[in-house]
Design a protein around this ligand. Structure first.
Ligand code: MRU
Length: 355
């Protein structure tokens, strides 16, 4: 998708260097960063220079390519794969991508290993683009249906950033929106600010602006009243891990939106590529929920009056804070899962029919 009119992907590989858009700098600065070592890739994931489940997976895949460039040694590769998996706990795409890479690379001692690794990492990216595009085409059908009845602007509420910046291109939750916009369906997006890191305000609104899609940032608590007022036609969100029974783990606050949507009979859809399905964990209580530094709550970063980036403390230094990054939306509150293979019920049977 576009930034200042120029097409980008979120990650690419050039002359043995991995290039990323440093998302900690957005929306105020656009910085392309080089990742040269596997440690750089691990840091990019932990510091959230890249984030979003599919992009974390792709970065980990390229992290292994960088590990091979550094030292073509199976022990180093194994250790790197373990360190990459530990770099963020909740998004399953990270482990999925590392396992997929290691299945190709384990035991390969020839010079061909770099070629095999970079091809596989590229394939992970190409596949994600294809899957996200299909998610968009499948989700478009739902927006079209609503538009056929409403014949007016469709108001879509989204949470966090499940946009192209969270994937390689298109995004998951945003892909149906981009496809609807390209087809000429009038859309407007309510963008949850998504405290504490503000991925909605800083990333979703930014990328929608760059694509010319109308959007309005709202505080995380505003969605409920908008739904009561009939000002939300559909909620579309992403996910970091969806269980085979249809329970959805996503950015903290998703669950409360799903409850409000259920109470107000607003359809609540979750978009995901199959790489985000965890087929193994049976109970959502077993999903590792990331607890991040409380500084993310107590401090806020933005532009000061001179347009310099500044970080400030926003509440008493003595106060404690708890910063859980994800929550669980039980399957019963999900109207449907929009995947690359089609739309299904959020249930074991629904997912089984597609996969
Ligand atoms: O903590 P983040 O920014 O990595 O969280 C991202 C989300 O919660 C997204 O909604 C999710 O990864 C889906 S991305 C297509």
């Amino acid at each position: 998708m576009k930034i200042e009119g120029k097409e980008y992907r979120t990650i690419w590989f050039e002359n043995n260097v991995v290039k990323i858009i440093d998302q900690t700098k957005l929306p105020h600065q656009f910085v392309i960063k080089d990742l040269i070592t596997v440690k750089d890739a691990i840091n990019a994931i932990t510091r959230m220079e890249v984030r979003g489940a599919p992009l974390i997976g792709a970065t980990a895949a390229y992290g292994l390519v960088l590990a091979i460039i550094e030292k073509n040694d199976q022990n180093f590769l194994k250790k790197s794969s373990e360190d990459l998996i530990k770099s963020r706990p909740t998004a399953i795409n990270l482990k999925w991508a590392v396992d997929r890479m290691m299945n190709k690379l384990r035991g390969v001692n020839s010079d061909k290993i770099l070629h095999i690794a970079s091809n596989e990492a590229k394939e992970i990216c190409e596949e994600d683009i294809k899957f996200c595009k299909n998610i968009g085409l499948n989700g478009l059908k739902i927006i079209e249906e609503i538009h056929n009845k409403k014949k007016d602007t469709i108001n879509i509420l989204t949470h966090c950033n499940a946009g192209w910046l969270a994937t390689i291109n298109w995004g998951t939750a945003t892909s149906p929106i981009y496809h609807a916009h390209k087809k000429g369906i009038p859309v407007h997006v309510w963008v949850d600010e998504t405290r504490p890191r503000n991925q909605g305000a800083n990333l979703t609104s930014y990328e929608l602006n760059e694509e010319g899609i109308k959007n309005t940032i709202i505080a995380d608590n505003t969605g409920g009243i908008l739904m009561q007022r009939g000002e939300v036609d559909i909620c579309i969100v992403g996910t970091d891990r969806t269980l085979a029974n249809g329970d959805v783990c996503n950015k903290i606050g998703t669950y409360l939106k799903a409850l409000a949507a259920h109470d107000n009979k607003v359809p609540f859809y979750v978009t995901l590529p199959s790489s985000t399905i965890d087929w193994n964990i049976k109970d959502h209580k077993d999903i590792p929920i990331e607890e991040r530094n409380s500084d993310e709550l107590s401090h806020i970063e933005g532009l000061d009056e001179k347009d310099d980036i500044k970080k400030i403390q926003i509440y008493p230094k003595k106060s404690k804070a708890l910063n859980l990054a994800f929550d669980i939306t039980p399957a019963k509150y999900v109207t449907g899962l929009i995947t690359e293979r089609g739309i299904c019920e959020a249930s074991k049977d629904g997912l089984k029919k597609l996969f």
